[in-house]
Design a protein around this ligand. Structure first.
Ligand SMILES: Cc1cc2nc3c(=O)[nH]c(=O)nc-3n(C[C@H](O)[C@H](O)[C@H](O)COP(=O)(O)OP(=O)(O)OC[C@H]3O[C@@H](n4cnc5c(N)ncnc54)[C@H](O)[C@@H]3O)c2cc1C
Length: 464
């Protein structure tokens, strides 16, 4: 008899989704989380009256992902405001416009592309893992504005820097999903009640169904013997010697679900227990140069910026000085409670991964300085801010970039190839797209594999 049916490592979107689903299906589940908070890379916290997010800003789920998971576990995830347009910066004229202006002359061409996309099965899109977006689109149109629509969305949704070099399959899976479920190219919303409530609701499901969620517990090793997952070793929380080892607490279960991203997973899963080719796949993706990084800013001002619709995400391919791509939106337009009354809070980021100098802190500082000058050119109103926080995205990172050859079949599978009971629920493993919803879908994929059945019909949304 083991201590639990399943142990889930990490209380982020993937871990809490997997655990809530398994607990709902009657399994005895333990979630262990190293930090003292829920949400992982999606955590939210308060700083001087402003609600800041470590990661997640908007939730990109048209309904078949985390929203459907909530429904299955007896909760409701209500969609707050969402955006409908996309202001884009024209770096030639130095002015803002709408993405609609770019494709308005090619509406018939766009319809043709959407029709082709809806008629193409997901399995066929899988064949496009090693080719860029434009190769697929050029089968149907050479209209620049239509390509722009798809490529600007890659910048905004996936923090793609080289917009011409985004994987066709990853972009198209998402476009097809959004067009078929919401009849729009992209859909992302603010979770009503805030990000904290989202993670607390999933935690409550686990606990209400007899499971446990333990915070402040670091897994030191996943225990594997005879080709089977056996459980975990938990490091002593009050160790005095920094190199203390093996005074662990052992917890047993026949199923262990790790939610650590590719960059960290081999710190707890002994690589000699996995095939070399599989470890090779993990290490290849874990390289710094594939890790999304950006210079991020939170800025608050007293009057809202007038040049863009307050609920839209503004995007650019070339900022005026740093020549980087990026995004920006007003968080208070989605949820006024994230800032003190009378303050408007903006979040924005400038992509840095192309430079592959993420560990060169002087270079990163220079890019932050440039980005702040860029911001003042693109939104002069942000110059007179009353609050500012710089935040650097690298470790933790937003995710693995989605260039051709780095997605789909090129990613390590979510199930260890030779260890029964060992799962990797993370959108940095085999997945589609990026972000909190994809973490949750990765949790769903693993939960269904563990249970040996689908929890709801496949035609309600794809799995991976
Ligand atoms: C700056 C930034 C901005 C982002 N913006 C967005 C956005 O706007 N929209 C969006 O949808 N997504 C966004 N994301 C991505 C999103 O946050 C992640 O995709 C998502 O949160 C991943 O969830 P996860 O559960 O797969 O992984 P994680 O959240 O990384 O969960 C893994 C958990 O494992 C825990 N852990 C690690 N090691 C151990 C150990 N040894 N023992 C126990 N626990 C351990 C970690 O503490 C963590 O809580 C952003 C991310 C960043 C960094």
């Amino acid at each position: 008899m083991t201590d639990y049916d399943a142990i889930v490592i990490g209380a982020g979107a993937a871990g809490l989704s997997a655990a809530a689903l398994l607990a709902t299906e009657g399994q005895r589940v333990l979630v262990v989380e190293r930090s003292n908070f829920l949400g992982g890379r999606g955590m939210a916290t308060n700083d001087a009256g402003y609600e800041l997010n470590l990661g997640a800003h908007l939730l990109e789920d048209p309904g078949s992902g985390i929203t459907r998971i909530f429904q299955h576990v007896g909760k409701e995830l209500r969609h707050g405001p969402h955006n409908t347009d996309m202001p884009v910066w024209n770096h030639v004229t130095g002015a803002w416009g709408s993405i609609r202006d770019r494709y308005s002359g090619g509406k018939d061409q766009l319809k043709k592309v959407i029709h082709a996309l809806l008629a193409t099965p997901y399995e066929e899109l899988d064949q496009w893992d090693d080719r860029p977006m434009r190769s697929w689109i050029s089968q149907y149109t050479d209209h620049e504005g239509v390509s722009d629509l798809f490529e600007f969305i890659s910048v905004m949704e996936c923090m793609t820097e080289d917009w011409w070099d985004h994987s066709a399959s990853d972009n198209l899976f998402n476009r097809k999903m959004h067009y078929s479920e919401r009849r729009m190219a992209a859909y992302s919303f603010w979770p009503e009640g805030g990000w904290d409530n989202l993670f607390t609701a999933l935690r409550d499901v686990v606990v209400d169904r007899g499971g446990e969620v333990q915070l402040g517990k670091r897994v030191s090793r996943v225990l594997i013997a005879d080709g089977e997952a056996k459980g975990i070793a938990l490091a002593r929380p009050d160790a005095v010697l920094p190199n203390e080892i093996f005074h662990d607490e052992i917890v047993t279960a026949p199923v262990v679900v790790s939610t650590l991203p590719v960059w960290h997973v081999l710190q707890i899963v002994p690589e000699q227990q996995l095939p070399d080719w599989y470890v090779g796949q993990i290490k290849y993706l874990a390289q710094d140069r594939w890790r999304i990084s950006w210079a991020g800013l939170y800025v608050a001002i007293e009057e809202p910026v007038a040049v863009i619709d307050r609920r839209e995400i503004a995007t650019w391919l070339h900022s005026p000085i740093g020549r980087t791509s990026g995004f920006m939106f007003e968080m208070t337009a989605m949820d006024p409670s994230v800032a003190p009354e009378g303050r408007h809070l903006y979040v924005m980021g400038s992509m840095l991964h192309r430079f592959n100098r993420a560990r060169d802190i002087d270079f990163v500082k220079q890019k932050f300085d440039e980005f702040e000058k860029d911001i003042e050119i693109m939104w002069p109103a942000l110059r007179s801010h009353v609050f500012k926080r710089r935040h650097y995205t690298f470790d933790p990172s937003f995710g693995v970039i989605q260039k051709p050859g780095l997605v789909g079949r090129f990613r390590p599978h979510w199930k260890a190839p030779n260890v029964s009971g060992l799962y990797f629920a993370s959108e940095t493993f085999k997945s589609r797209g990026i972000g909190v919803d994809r973490g949750a879908r990765a949790g769903l994929t693993c939960a269904e594999d563990i249970l040996g059945r689908r929890l709801w019909p496949l035609d309600e949304g794809w799995r991976y």
